[in-house]
Design a protein around this ligand. Sequence first.
Ligand code: SF4
Length: 394
Amino acid sequence: MTGPESMSTDFTPTSGEEPPSLYLHIPFCRSRCAYCSFNSYACQAPPAAYLAALAGQISHWAGKKWCRERRFASLFIGGGTPTIYKGSELAGLVGLCLKSFNFREDAEITVEANPNTVTVEALLALRRAGVNRLSLGVQAFSDRLLAGLGRSHTVAEAHAAIDAARRAGFANINLDLMYGLPGQSAADWRDTLASALAHKPGHLACYELTIEDGTPFARLVERGELSLPGEGEALAMVELTHDLLARAGLGRYEISNYAAPGRECRHNLNYWRNGGYLGLGAGAVSCLSGFRFGTVAEPEEFAGLVQKGELPLAEGECLPLAARFRESVVMGLRLLEGVSFARLQRQFGLTPVGYYGKMLEDLCRQGLVEISHDRLRLTRAGLPVANQVLARLV
Ligand code: SF4
């Protein structure tokens, strides 16, 4: 690991890389959800100084050689809750990015939003600024379950937000949903999926609740006060997901993500294919040609450093080739398409068969991964235990 004082921010591009993506982090939410482990802070009035610091970082990085020599394929403004800022403020940020960086004409430009922070007017401002994809954190179509998660919005607000997005002209909408929630039955999950599908979204992200250390949910689990669905119920929810979404024409393309043809999230595909990315904002991470570094997580410290003309960097590391190769395999296996041997060979001069040897043979023999048509991928049996399989390949 390298300290920020010794890091340069001019990198030499590596030839043959795919177009990178740009991420901006907005670390504020109206309140904190009981399961949240993201870099987010509860606040009612998000500080203007933070947006000014982000703008400063956009200008700084746009002038760097690595950025100047690339055409970015996507921009994703995530959080936190980006739409805690006014539509005009976010639109200004998007406009600055599009003006400062070189983007492909067909770039995917996503803003994440929570249902109780959007209006048609704000969404129209985003559309006019060039935002062409909206990702709404709906999580559940049940007020009882939303309250249990500590979400700050209701089911009625979720329906209203999706309607507002359609009225503002968003054709490309993702809904984030969660299953395996305290007090949730398979029938509840079926209702949530049915309500989501009634809006005909092009993309659904269905995440299983995970209990992260340091969260209120983790403390409840420790005290034995959180009742989660049993293994059988959770499995029934997974099967329901595949079944209902396949019938609705949403294909599973990643462990937790489903899309209509052509609506796969290009920004996230770039992460899963281990492409380059620049992350700006508190706690954001970047990976430029194998050099990975993070930004200080605390928003006030981030804004203060930028204001003083200092780089708000935390720490960085230059990843050895073998580590990048393993990462590419592990990230790529999250995709149903798997990883291409030819691509790995081209990028790293290595293939999974040569690198992992007997370990890969064992996984193949156990029926958890398969090799076919120049690709390594998880099998049907491997997908439900993906985390265990991937842990062996890290
Ligand atoms: S809305 Fe998202 S980022 Fe904000 S507290 Fe809830 S889970 Fe965390």
